[in-house]
Design a protein around this ligand. Structure first.
Ligand code: DUT
Ligand code: MG
Length: 154
C-alpha cells in the first residue's frame, strides 16, 4: 500500500511547531505516533479513561487494510498509560477523527500534555474470507478442539 488519505481537522497541526504532521520516528518505525490534540494539559487520574482526539482523520478506503491504534511501550510500561479498548481497530471506511481511549491503569495520576505522543498507529492487511458453513471440517487437525493451555505450560 502506497498511501492513505489524511485530513487535518485542527489547524494547529502542521502550522504550530509543537504539532507537526505525523511522521515515523525512524525510517524503520512501524508505527506513526499519535499526538494529543488538546489545548491544555489534562490530568488522567489513576484508573481513569479519557477519549482524546488526534485532530486527524485517516481514510484507508481499501477494505483489504485496517488501521490499529496501539499503546506506546514506554508510556505503557513506565507510566501505565495504555488504551481503554486495549487495541483500537480502525475500519477502512472510517472518515472521522482518530480518537484514542487513554487509560491510566497505574495508581498515580498522569498529566497528558498538549501534543504529547500518546499512542501509535499502524496499517495492517486484513484477510476478508467468505464464511463457508460446513457440518464437518474437511480434515481433522492434530490440535482438534484443544485450546486454553491444552498443550501444557512448559
Ligand atoms: O481506538 C479507536 C477505536 C475506534 N475508533 C473509530 C474508528 C473505527 O472504525 C470506529 C468504530 O470502531 P469499532 O468498530 O471498534 O467500535 P464499535 O463499538 O463496534 O462502534 P461501531 O458501531 O461504530 O462500529 O471508531 C477510533 O477512532 N479509535
Ligand atoms: Mg464496530
Amino acid at each position: 500500500m502506497q498511501a492513505v488519505q489524511v485530513k487535518v481537522l485542527n489547524s494547529k497541526i502542521g502550522t504550530h511547531p509543537d504539532f507537526p504532521m505525523p511522521t515515523r520516528a525512524t525510517d524503520g518505525s512501524a508505527g506513526i505516533d499519535l499526538r494529543a490534540c488538546i489545548d491544555e494539559a489534562m490530568t488522567i487520574k489513576a484508573g481513569a479513561t479519557h477519549l482524546v482526539g488526534t485532530g486527524l482523520a485517516v481514510y484507508i478506503q481499501d477494505p483489504n487494510y485496517a488501521g490499529m491504534i496501539l499503546p506506546r511501550s514506554g508510556l505503557g510500561h513506565k507510566h501505565g498509560i495504555v488504551l481503554g479498548n486495549l487495541v483500537g481497530l480502525i475500519d477502512a471506511d472510517y472518515q472521522g477523527e482518530l480518537m484514542v481511549s487513554v487509560w491510566n491503569r497505574s495508581s498515580d495520576d498522569f498529566v497528558l500534555n498538549p501534543a504529547e505522543r500518546m499512542a501509535q498507529y499502524i496499517v495492517v492487511p486484513v484477510a476478508r474470507p467468505e464464511f463457508e458453513v460446513v457440518t464437518d471440517f474437511s480434515d481433522e487437525s492434530v490440535r482438534g478442539a484443544g485450546g486454553f493451555g491444552h498443550s501444557g505450560r512448559h
